[in-house]
Design a protein. Sequence first.
Length: 362
Amino acid sequence: MPKSVYIHIPFCRSKCHYCSFVSYPKLELKKGYLKALEQEINSVYGAEPLKTLYFGGGTPSLLEPEEFYNIIKHFNITNSTEITAELNPDDLSFTYLRSLYDIGINRISLGVQSFDDDILKQINRRHDSKQVLKSVENAKNAGFKNISLDFIYGLPNQTSDMFLNDLKKAVNLEVQHISLYGLSIEKGCYFDKNRPENLADEDEQADMYLEAVKLLSALGFNHYEISNFAKDGFESKHNLNYWNNEEYYGFGVSAHGYLNGTRYGNKITIEDYLKNPLEHSEERFETEQDKLEEEIFLGFRKMSGINVGQINSKYGIDFEEKYLKILKKYEGLKLLEKTQYGYKLTPNGVLVSNTILAEFLE
């Protein structure tokens, strides 16, 4: 049975220039949206004890603590449930953070992106670097012991040294988790039509990533997934559920879920969702081949790689026989490496992972 829940909070005060996520500056719809969200949860959720509950967005910190609580109370929460909220550093007072901690949220993820104030203005972030420092201080004082910071590399006018200095500042804040994402300009975002100058090309982004891996690994962070680094014991349980190809609920506008062998997506506009929060915009039943391919694709995102014995047992195949040519090819190129339990991507393999993994898809 699914033990993880993702909840999408689609509101934001303003759109960041790189953002193509489903979010809207329509706060007047928040009350109706939360009521529809409650309807969806009560109609679909099966009362299983949860391992993880994750609030993503959009900007979940636009919810009041009471609004968070009114959602959380619908779930079967245990003492070990990881409850994460994505928060923006521009509006995180001690009082607000303490209220979130008191209602059971025990992990927060702050969208920092950069400590350079000029870059933050250029990408239309609402916070500055001082607000990040104050937010982390407030979070610690409020009781949070599991804090994650998100960064983007390849931003306009950002050099490799600037990016690495950002990461050093993050480590000095003594947070438990750091996520790194290369800037990707998707269709529909502001930068898609107003492309900035001085962007890093693919090779420069690759160098920034490899340098970041070296730095964070040397400073005591476990590189456990392509984009994610954690102190021991602070790996994101929620995201590991995805990468382990486990089922999960997705609630809210544009949320995706995986239940009873079917992957589904919800309506992508608030208005459509409000009309019928139980109607999906897409559903796809997973064949055994689909499940196998996703097990491989998601498993290779983990730096520990895939467990061949588990895959063979789960899908009744001989993995090494079925994929012998691909394995030999990329081992020879030093892009795949054999482990005690299976195979994993090498650091250079990570850089071309999409090309490698495409060969496992039939």
